[in-house]
Each structure stands twice: as C-alpha cells, then as structure tokens.
Design a protein around this ligand. Structure first.
Ligand SMILES: C[S@@+](CC[C@H](N)C(=O)[O-])C[C@H]1O[C@@H](n2cnc3c(N)ncnc32)[C@H](O)[C@@H]1O
Length: 527
C-alpha cells in the first residue's frame, strides 16, 4: 500500500451552499473541471499536472479586467489565508478562482496545489525540517507555505518538471521578498531535488511506532491516528486515512418530484457527463466524475437536482418524513436536508428550517425556491432555545444535523487535520448534548428524532447517543423505522454498522465505504 494518493484528480472550483467545518456536504468538487492530477500513489505513481507552467494556459478566458496571478501565486495566497488566518480552504479557493480568470488547466493546478499541500502538510514538514536546519520559527508564513507547496509538487506531482517547480518558487520569492529569501528557497529546494528518489520512495516502514509511522505516511496528526487505531484497528484506520487523501467526487440528489434518478442519469449522460447511479443512495443519487461545475447544468437551474454528498442524502431518507408531517430541522442551513425532506413529503405538510445565523436563511429559501418547494419556512435562532418558541411535543419529526468536528469531511477540507484538536471534540460534544436535550422535547410521542453528524468521533456519535438515551428513557433507537430501500445498498456494500446482525438504528459511514463523506446517523423514536 502506498503512502500517497492512489488515483483520481481534483476538480477546481465552487459548489454552492455549504460553508464551514462540519457543514456536511460542503463542496470542493466543482467548477471548471480542471485537469491537474497527482501521482497515482506517492511513492511511485503516475499522474499529471498539465498547466504545470506558470501563468495562463491555452484556453484561458478573455477578456479580463486585470492580469491574473499565476496558478501557483493564487494557490500560495489561498494557503497563506488558510494557515495564517484560519480561512476555510474550499471557500477561499473558490472565491479566488472565480475572480482569477485562470484557464481550466491552471485552475486545476491551483486546486491541486492547495488541497494537496494542505493534505500532505505533516509529511512535507517532516522533510523540510531536514533541509532547514534553523527550523521554521523565523520563516514568514508565506515563505513556509511556498516551501511546502513547492516540495508537494516535487514529491507528489508527476510531470511537473522539478526545474519548473523550483524556478517558480524562486521567482515568487524574488517578487515577494528579497534576494536572500529567493536564494534560501533555491538552496532548500535544490537540496530536496537531489534527494527526490529517496523522498518519493519513502514509506516510513522503518518507523517502529505504529502511530508515528501512519502519521508520517498518510500525513495525519498523531492524536487522530491514535484515536482511529483505538476505535477501528490499524487496517480500517489506515483505510480511513488513505480515503481522506483522495479527491472527493461530485454527486447529485435527484428531485423525485420532478424526475427519476434513471431519467436524470440519461439526461446527464446525453449532455456528455460521466454519470452513474450512486452505490450508497441509488434511490436518489447520481455520481458524476469530472463533471465540473454542476451548478451550471440546466437540471440544477430547473430544480431537477441538487448538489449533495451521498452520505448526506441518507440522513433525510433515514428520517423517512411522510406527506403531511410537521417537521423541525434544527440546524438547517444551507438547507440540503430540509429540501430533501420536503421532496420526500411531496410538498405536503410543514418544515420549519431553523439555523443559528440569520444570514443563512436566504440560502435555505433560495434552495426551496429553485426546487419549487413551498412547504419550507426558514427561521433563525439558537437550536438550544427552540423549546421556548415551539409547543413541546408538537413535531412528528425533529432533525438535528448537528454542528460537529467535521472529521468525516477531511477530503473536502484537509485543513481540519491541522485545526481540530481533542479539546474541540470535547467542546462540540458538549454543545451537541445541549442541542439534543432541547430538540428532543419537541418530538411528539411516537415521533422521530433524527441525529446526524459528518464526523467520526465517538464522543459526538455513539457515545453522545448512548448518554442521551441514558438521560432520556422516553427515547429509544429505532432500527425498524429505517426504510428498507435505504439499508439495502449499505448492507450489499458490507457496511458493518448497517449489517442485519449488528444494526441497532445508528449508522456510521466511513469515507472509504463509498468514497462519500464520513457520517453518523441515529434514528430515535419517542416512546
Ligand atoms: C451540519 S450544518 C447543517 C447542514 C444542513 N443540515 C444541510 O443539510 O444543509 C450545521 C449548521 O448548524 C448551524 N448551527 C450551529 N450552531 C447552531 C445552533 N446553536 N443553533 C442552530 N443552528 C446552529 C450552523 O450555522 C450550520 O449551518
């Protein structure tokens, strides 16, 4: 098994909707359908990064108001914003690409550089420390980011000529800094070039500490590697890490009020897209490979489909909302699951879609309008206080798609590896507990509470629900309430937590199961 990415290419650009960590299906798949590719495994894979040269490639859009930065400069700016200012990589990159005027190929290269450099940061730093004897402390953030990004190209991207990566770094160093910096960059990177065969071949097999070995090989923080090994064992933990380093794929949730997945599939294929029915959610999902900006497809504008991760689709389907239900979505923005529930309810009944942030109300409303759904009412408020605004025990279904640590969406937001800490998990678990307590009061007797997160931390998932059930004897897990249509593909694919022998009403999807987001979904009923 190699330590690097195995296949696939990353697509540049914007996906509408989600923002922020733990926001479920936020996208980094997307806009321009660019062409940067990684080695098919580091060490030793195949891959390509067309657009490897600086500046604009053929096919750049014109005219533009101003001279665009090169792909590398744009990527460097995004990396600095992420590591220095705490910006979210997907939002930062999407915004920069949208106004960049870069060609598809260069947008693809910039996307690859940003995500790849963030993903491999720990391993890159391990090597850089060997070349920078004075350590990183005195390096300005942009210089460190430039070193990481350049070494990433050298080690992980085939067909970016080493001299191109080094020369570009030196030129950027000269433009942004001074001769001293560019000569330091030149020295460090040429030193790395001399050792490239060893770096590319390194698997860290000689590292006797298992946690450290996997941490260096797949570039994950040791605390996370240790947690995942304890929870899942070495083999599954390693598969999670590898899968988290793969580029995400794009998927569409088909609006079954307007068309069928099969019909939509045909329409997408006829439009020249490489589409197939989703393995995880074939009842509503279509996966599109290298589809570019799916928000630009006619069917998206016409409300035939929405961009949503396959794991996210399973949440509303597991809730099984029926026409005429009164539903509360406690943490609803940007509205993916509210809209899905409204589709499943055939537009009949009522969905209150609440979110903490008033400015996100518009996101929910625009989704509903695009999909032609009139039974969603967007409101804003703290979900911990909803019991003060609505009659107790008045909803057939309450969905708590909780804010979480986002460890299931590392593929889309690799900076999560470096920004999250065990303390964050503890803090967010305490918030989730409050939200669960409040949400549960609003469920009718006989009604359903659906709890979900896009993370893989036990404190936020299984333990959270076990603690909740211990405190709330009027609730129990509800395996029988899950629609057979939803469970069947999970069982066929061998998802352990869904197996007929083990299934207790809660599902833990891991990123390697379907290549979709890691999600936890627990269906509870009020007795
Ligand atoms: C996982 S995302 C929800 C995604 C959404 N369910 C969807 O499918 O599109 C979590 C959301 O919770 C919101 N949020 C965070 N804390 C909250 C709180 N105390 N009350 C209500 N919403 C909250 C965030 O603004 C964020 O939009």
């Amino acid at each position: 098994m190699s330590g690097g990415p195995r296949s696939g290419r990353r697509e540049p650009g914007a996906t509408p909707g989600k923002a922020g960590v733990g926001s479920g299906s936020a996208g980094r798949q997307g806009a321009a359908g660019g062409t940067a590719r990684r080695r098919g495994g580091a060490p030793g894979g195949k891959g390509a990064a067309p657009g490897a040269g600086p500046g604009r490639g053929p096919g750049a859009s014109a005219p533009r108001a101003r001279q665009p930065r090169s792909a590398r400069e744009l990527a460097l700016d995004a990396l600095v914003r992420v590591s220095r200012d705490g910006a979210y990589s997907n939002l930062q990159l999407n915004a920069a690409l949208q106004e960049s005027g870069l060609s598809r190929a260069d947008a693809g290269l910039a996307t690859e550089l940003v995500y790849g450099t963030l993903q491999r940061r720990l391993t890159l730093d391990h090597w850089l420390q060997q070349f920078i004897t004075k350590g990183f402390a005195k390096l300005e953030p942009w210089v460190l980011s430039l070193l990481r990004m350049s070494l990433y190209q050298l080690v992980y991207l085939d067909r970016v000529p080493a001299h191109a990566a080094v020369n570009e770094a030196v030129n950027i160093g000269r433009r942004r800094g001074h001769a001293g910096i560019s000569s330091m960059l030149n020295g460090v990177l040429r030193n790395a070039v001399r050792q490239l065969p060893q770096l590319k071949a390194e698997t860290f097999a000689g590292e006797t500490n298992e946690v450290r070995r996997l941490s260096l090989r797949h570039s994950y923080p040791e605390w996370l590697v240790g947690r995942w090994i304890s929870a899942y064992g070495v083999e599954t933990a390693e598969a999670m890490m590898e899968s988290g380093n793969e580029p995400p794929h794009s998927s569409l949730r088909i609006n079954r009020l307007r068309t069928s997945p099969e019909q939509a599939l045909l329409q997408l294929q006829q439009a020249g897209l490489n589409a197939r029915l989703s393995d995880a959610a074939p009842w509503a999902g279509v996966v599109v490979a290298r589809g570019g900006n799916l928000a630009g497809t006619d069917g998206y504008t016409e409300g035939l489909w929405s961009i949503q991760d396959e794991s996210s689709m399973i949440v509303a389907a597991a809730a099984d909302p029926r026409p005429g239900f009164r539903v509360l979505d406690c943490c609803a923005a940007p509205g993916g699951k509210s809209a899905h529930m409204a589709e499943l309810m055939e537009g009949k009944g009522e969905i209150i879609a609440n979110d903490l942030h008033p400015h996100k109300q518009a996101l929910v409303e625009s989704q509903a309008a695009r999909l032609g759904l009139s039974n969603i009412q967007a409101v804003s408020g703290d979900a911990a206080e909803l019991a003060e605004h609505f009659a107790l025990a008045s909803f057939d279904l309450v969905l708590l798609d909780a804010p979480c640590s986002g460890l299931g969406v590392i593929r889309r937001k690799p900076e999560i590896k470096w920004t999250k800490t065990p303390d964050d998990i503890e803090a967010i678990a305490a918030i989730q507990e409050r939200l669960l307590d409040s949400a549960s009061c609003l469920v009718k007797p006989g009604g359903t509470l659906l709890y979900s997160t896009c993370t893989i931390a036990e404190e936020e998932n299984g333990k959270q629900i076990a603690d909740f059930l211990a405190k709330h004897p009027d609730f129990s897990l509800d395996p029988e309430g899950w629609p057979a249509e939803v469970l069947e593909p999970l069982r066929s694919a061998g998802v352990e937590s869904a197996s007929a022998d083990h299934f207790d009403g809660a599902l833990q999807l891991l990123p390697q199961h379907f290549g979709s987001d890691g999600f936890y979904i627990a269906r509870l009923k009020r007795i």
